[in-house]
Design a protein around this ligand. Structure first.
Ligand code: MEV
Length: 408
């Protein structure tokens, strides 16, 4: 049997025989994971934390975040608490659909007018075939045909817009596109399908906006620094990419926790940030004596489908977001974008005041203490001393422990 055909348990045995030390794993868990991916031999765990309260469109959410980076969840909580003091975030999500692209080779007798004439029939056929998506409120909405010159060949491009309803819809979109491509082959002059696949081009744009009193961010001067930093991010790609990384810290953490495809959002966000040269995705300005922040992100996410229903850890995340009902995909997109804005504000505030290292180092100190054999009773004392001395090394922890024992 080939490696990929083996059970996860047998694959682990092969690794074990090769002398690779593997972590213990519950067999039932292993079997479940084996259904999600290929060549599975174990699991990778991440801490799951929460933003305790984030007000978006007058509703309060507890937001699950999965990340290993110290200070990301603290930053999101900090940003969220400032937003909450100012009446929360106003957010809106445009769920008009995700893109799909079909490219077909055409012959000399191809007539664009003919395929344009058949467009409504092609859309209807696809929606009849995928009626379950239509019943959920989605379906193929639009096709735009155009002709382009390929390498020594004329090509027909079909840009499609597919409403995936509450799901991200990647699989369904690909099935619809394959079906459509097959039907296009019946049109005179279309000779071959080159490809039919969804496009991760920015879609499902979601905007989160806050208006903050100067006092809530530490005064007008701090607000002005935030605006200046934001302006730098609009013109300087070195700052813009770091600004956007800080946004993605929060966004990816919620995407991961909710079983969403963070790679798709990352790829689409990079395109969105590059529309006029690479710039910050967020924008901060002062208007009517308030610090106003805005962030728009492409949120091609789902609240159902994919691995979402198959994973108990993801179910847990959805329970955290809404213990009684499944959060709608629009509300989830609004929450995720708001968290991105919260992380962004926290980073800009830290940078424009004490600098980012102070907060980071406190968390690094906590990690250091946790990773060494510091007795439980001394942990707090060691942590305090490390932060006071600003020396975050293993040797310094040992010196502090020695001093504590000498003082006893
Ligand atoms: C660190 O992970 C993220 C920040 O660098 C973001 C920023 O500079 O805006 C703090």
């Amino acid at each position: 049997m080939k490696f990929y055909q083996l059970s996860a348990k047998d694959r682990r045995k092969i690794l074990d025989d090769e002398g690779i030390e593997l972590e213990e794993i519950d067999e039932e868990v292993l079997e479940k994971l084996n259904n999600l991916s290929e060549n599975v031999i174990g699991q990778l765990r991440l801490p799951l934390g929460v933003v305790q309260s984030l007000n978006v469109n007058d509703a309060n959410y507890m937001v699950p975040m999965a990340t290993e980076e110290p200070s990301v969840i603290a930053a999101a909580n900090h940003g969220a608490s400032i937003f909450n003091k100012n009446g929360g975030v106003v957010a809106s999500s445009d769920r008009s659909g995700i893109y799909g692209q079909i490219v077909m080779a055409i012959e000399d007798d191809f007539d664009l007018a003919l395929v344009e004439k058949k467009k409504s029939a092609l859309i209807k056929e696809a929606n009849d075939k995928f009626s379950s998506l239509v019943n959920h409120g989605g379906g193929l909405c639009k096709i735009e045909f155009s002709l382009k010159n390929g390498d020594q060949q004329k090509l027909l491009y079909a840009l499609c817009l597919i409403d995936p309803a509450e799901a991200m819809g990647a699989n369904k979109a690909n099935s619809i596109l394959e079906f459509l491509a097959q039907n296009l082959l019946a049109v005179r002059g279309i000779s071959e399908k080159l490809y039919a696949i969804l496009s991760n081009y920015p879609s499902q744009l979601t905007t989160a906006k806050v208006e903050l009193d100067f006092a809530s961010v530490g005064g007008r001067k701090v607000a002005e620094r935030v605006v200046l930093l934001s302006k730098i991010g609009q013109i300087d790609p070195y700052r813009a990419v770091t600004n956007n990384k800080g946004i993605m810290n929060g966004v990816d953490a919620v995407l991961l926790a909710t079983g969403n495809d963070y790679r798709a959002i990352e790829a689409a966000s990079a395109v969105l940030a590059s529309r006029n040269g690479y710039t910050s995705l967020s924008r901060w300005r002062i208007k009517d004596q308030k610090l106003v922040g805005e962030l728009t992100l492409p949120m091609a996410i789902g609240a159902v489908g994919g691995s979402i229903n198959a994973r108990s850890d993801v179910k847990q995340a959805f329970n955290i977001l809404n213990p009684t009902n499944r959060i709608s995909v629009k509300d989830l997109a609004n929450v995720i974008t708001s968290i991105g804005l919260a992380n962004n504000l926290a980073a800009l505030l830290a940078i424009s005041t004490v600098g980012i290292q102070e907060g980071h180092m406190k968390l690094q100190a906590r990690n250091l203490v946790a990773s060494l054999n510091v007795p439980e009773s001394e942990k707090e004392k060691v942590l305090k001393q490390l932060i006071k001395d600003k020396i975050y090394t293993k040797e310094h922890v040992q010196e502090i422990l020695k001093e504590i024992s000498e003082d006893k």
